[in-house]
Design a protein around this ligand. Structure first.
Ligand code: SF4
Ligand code: SF4
Length: 230
């Protein structure tokens, strides 16, 4: 399970500045369980954005937004509504937002921050990874996480050591910041590279005691114990 928290509405509105048409996508898995991106929250977000004068071209709630094949097949049914939007607002965890951004050639805005569960993570089939940093910066990076795609976890651009698109520290890996550059270029949004990510509060990556005592966390514990051999 990846637990998420909706970003403040004012922040979401800032992401949508200059855009009139948006498609809202939610997840009926972890985001629904977190109360951040299930059918109820997607309907609420639609009403709030329409009250702000935005046109919501459509909505969908996909069973698991971490599964790219599922995302593509579901969105294919709503292709007209998706493609007529300026962007997609994704209400789910960092893995789901990245999976959507990798599946659709459309700017994706993160509607949630993924909270730290103290190393207790669910399993998902794709390559996208989220470090549960609680301050999602996917808005600035074309939907590729710099904390997990870059070996040094750099937040504000390439280190300069990449060679032929590969990472200086792990030559078998693509340089995360080159991936981000190419994604933003394909979206026509290289302007986002001129915004520096704010300094990260690493303290927010400490698991919240309230989460650790939640029913969702208790459900994760058997899997965590099994993985650690306890
Ligand atoms: S920036 Fe990366 S680590 Fe932080 S919430 Fe987003 S996807 Fe997860
Ligand atoms: S080469 Fe790229 S992925 Fe590797 S540390 Fe530098 S910026 Fe990060």
């Amino acid at each position: 399970m990846l637990r998420s928290k909706q970003k403040p509405f004012e922040e979401i509105l800032r992401y949508l500045e200059g855009e009139n048409r948006v498609f809202i996508l939610g997840c009926d898995g972890c985001a629904q369980a977190s109360g951040t991106g299930g059918p109820v929250q997607v309907a609420e977000m639609k009403s709030k954005l329409e009250a702000e004068g935005k046109t919501v071209t459509g909505t969908d709630v996909v069973p698991f937004l971490c599964e790219k094949a599922l995302i593509k097949s579901r969105l294919a049914r709503k292709a007209k509504a998706v493609m007529s939007a300026d962007s997609i607002l994704v209400l789910t965890c960092g893995v789901g937002i990245q999976a959507v951004a990798a599946s659709v050639n459309k700017l994706c805005h993160p509607g949630c921050d993924t909270q730290n569960l103290g190393g207790s993570r669910g399993e998902w089939p794709g390559s996208e990874r989220c470090a549960e940093c609680a301050e999602c910066v996917l808005e600035l990076t074309g939907g590729i996480c710099p904390l997990t795609a870059c070996t040094k976890h750099l937040l504000s651009g390439q280190c300069g050591g990449a060679s032929k698109g590969k990472c200086e520290l792990s030559p078998d890996r693509d340089c995360g910041w080159e991936l981000i550059y190419h994604r933003l270029k394909a979206l026509g949004r290289l302007d986002k590279l001129s915004y520096l990510a704010p300094p990260k509060s690493w303290a927010k990556m400490a698991p919240d005691p309230a989460i650790m005592s939640s029913p969702e966390y208790a459900l994760e514990m058997p899997a965590v114990k099994e993985a650690s051999g306890e």
